[in-house]
Structure formats: C-alpha cells, structure tokens
Design a protein around this ligand. Structure first.
Ligand code: PMP
Length: 365
C-alpha cells in the first residue's frame, strides 16, 4: 500500500476523452432542432411505437435475456443464422464487446483518423493502444490501415459509411482489406448507416461475415429504424466470435419494449423506404447548396449516410458557423477534439430545417 486515499483509475482509463453526445439544447437551456446525432427526422414507425406500448403490461419481469424473438426476426429478415447474432445496448456496446473479447493491455486496435469516437474509448477501456490510420481526403484508406498492422494488432474498426465523414468504402476495398489481414485479426465492419446506401452499394460485409471466421458486422436500430432512445444494436459473425462476446455482455442489455419495437420496425418497409428517399433527396439538395458556396470556401465531403460533413476553408470558420446555427436554433456537430475544427457534421433533417440551415450558411458565408 502506498498511502493512497482513494481508488485510482487505471492509467489507460484516466487517458480516455469522454464521449460528448450531440446537443439538444443551447447554452441557455433553449431546446434546439437536433441535427447533431444522425437521428431519423421522420420519427419512429407507428407499428414499433405500438409494439413498445404493448410491452407495458409486462414490466415486472426481466426481458428475454437471449433476445430469441428478435434474433429470429433478424435471421429471417437478413437471411442469416440466429445463433450467430450478438446484441447490446446500442451498437456502441457491441463495439465494446468486440474490443473486450479480443484485445487487452498492450494489444493494438486500428481505426481511421476521422472515425467514430467510440472506437478510441472501446480500445482504451481494455488497455489496448489505439493506432490511427490516416485518411485519403476524408475517406477510409485501406492501404494506410494495412500498413499499420503489426504482431500486436487484434482488432480493426471500419465504419461503412464512415462517421463523421459520410464516406463509403467499396466492396473491392473491403475485400482487399480482409484478404490482406492475418486471420487472427478481427475486422469489425460497423454498418450503422448501411440502410441509407443505394441498393447497388452493397459492401459485401454481411457475406464476408458469413464465411470468414474473423469478420464482425455491427448494425443498429438507432438510425433508419427510428429507435435511438431504446438502445438496440447487434452484430453478426462466426460462432466462435459470437460466443466470446456473449460471455462478457450484460445479461439483460435491452428491455422488453426495445425488443418488441425492434421486431416491428424491421417490417416497417414503407417507413424505411420513405426515410431513405427523404434522405437521398435532401442530402443531394443540401450538397448542391454547399457546392454553390464553394467560392466562399465551403465544401461537402461526398456522403452516402444521413449526414454531411461540411468543410469551411474560407472566411467563415466552422466554429463561427456552429455558433450561428446554434443561435438560430440548430444544433450540429463540431468536432475540434477529433481534428475536425474546420468541419461541421450536419444530419439530414426535415425539409424546412435543411432549407433554414442552408439559408443561414449562405448569409454567414
Ligand atoms: N457506429 C457508428 C459509426 C455510429 O455513428 C453510431 C452512432 N453514433 C454507432 C455506431 C452507435 O449507435 P448505437 O449505439 O445507437 O447503435
């Protein structure tokens, strides 16, 4: 004993920069339109809401810890095996499970420079070292990732489309990345935004996870399915990977309302199609508005997701644009802590909100 008077967090825990969630209020407490967390502006499918309400008669009992009905529904919906599905409190937890089951102190986990913030947290949490691969004009650079694989690499996190840049990695690049990896490296392909892709843009990740023993695909109900509040994520991989992750997951990761709502949302085809259409239309429109401001130094990174990363390379800075939008009642995501002081990630919201945001940027620029 050294005479310390309080428990000391592990040094790698103390080194974690905590996750900063998207803002829903301004500094003065005013509610603002939230274009900061990539939620669905069309809301939640009515059938999912009803299924959620229906679960209210069973609140005294624990939910099904095996999520059997939800896994069966996912298996039928995606043509995959129910016993190769793991789930968690949002896909956030599934990412933590991947790091927790396959990496530890001194190991390395690779992610891209402009990547999802949870990768760094999940890596440090287990005492592993985050290894950052540089981007190629904001997109995932498969060769840069491969160049950083060492004897100590255990996991690689790749989001497709990527957050916060919205960029897409082709099927060929995903296949090339996987093919060049040692077989004991777990490749996690985080498909939180995959439902927003056009049908021709299948990145092949689910098919890879079906046949390859070292690929995990993660998905979420938080985005196109409109259920972010209920924290439902899942993953699909080989039986050995799934088994390891189940050993460390919280026994009752999400509630009965969540399970019922998710099952209903899977079948909400019209809602999902409408969400995809809305996103395609207004993302395209918004990207054109930004292109029209190119002489003021604004540019949009090409996005296949439900948000756009706008870069500010002229007189109007991203910080000033963030403040102007906030003052007008719009929360966007400014990420100076992630090396993106010059960009704003803006979720594709309702039509009126996209028009208002574009107008504010035009005025400020
Ligand atoms: N992966 C990526 C790339 C994300 O952007 C998000 C949401 N911000 C998640 C995973 C986690 O989503 P959830 O925990 O809500 O499933």
């Amino acid at each position: 004993r050294t005479g310390m008077t309080a428990p000391a967090p592990k040094p790698w825990i103390a080194a974690i920069a905590p996750y900063v969630p998207g803002r829903a209020t301004a500094d003065d407490g005013r509610r603002v339109v939230k274009l900061s967390s990539n939620e669905n502006p069309l809301g939640t499918p009515d059938t999912a809401r009803e299924a959620y309400r229906g679960a209210a008669t069973e609140l005294e009992r624990y939910p099904d810890a095996s999520a059997a009905e939800l896994r069966a529904a996912l298996a039928a919906h995606y043509g995959i095996e129910a016993d190769r599905i793991v789930y968690g409190t949002g896909s956030d937890e599934v990412l933590h499970l991947a790091a927790g089951a396959f990496a530890g102190v001194g190991d390395e986990i690779i992610h891209v420079r402009y990547g999802f913030a949870v990768y760094d947290i999940a890596t440090r949490r287990v005492g592993a070292v985050p290894v950052v691969a540089p981007d190629r004009d904001y997109a995932t650079d498969v060769d840069a990732i491969l160049a950083r694989v060492t004897e100590r690499t255990k996991v690689i996190f790749v989001a497709n489309p990527n957050n916060p840049t919205g960029t897409y990695t082709s099927r060929e690049d995903i296949a090339r990345l996987h093919a060049a990896l040692p077989r004991d490296v777990l490749l996690v392909i985080d498909q939180a935004y995959t439902e927003y892709l056009d049908p021709e843009d299948d990145d092949g990740a689910l098919a890879l996870a079906r046949t390859e023993p070292n690929v995990l695909v993660t998905r979420t109900f938080s985005k196109i399915f409109g259920l972010a509040a209920e924290r439902i994520g899942w993953g699909y991989a080989s039986p050995a990977i799934i088994d390891a992750m189940h050993r460390i997951r919280a026994p009752f990761s999400f509630g009965i309302g969540a399970q019922r709502a998710a099952i209903a949302a899977l079948d909400a085809h019209d809602f999902i199609a409408a969400s995809r259409d809305h996103n395609r239309t207004w993302r395209g429109w918004f990207e054109r508005q930004i292109a029209a401001l190119s002489n003021h130094g604004l540019r949009a990174v090409p996005s296949k997701a439900n948000f756009v990363m706008v870069l500010f390379e002229g007189a109007l800075t991203a910080g000033a644009a963030y403040q102007a939008l906030m003052a007008a009642g719009y929360a966007t995501r400014w990420l100076p802590g992630q090396g993106l002081a010059h960009g704003l990630r803006i979720t594709i919201g309702a039509e009126a909100d996209m028009r208002a945001v574009a107008e504010i940027l035009r005025t400020e620029a």
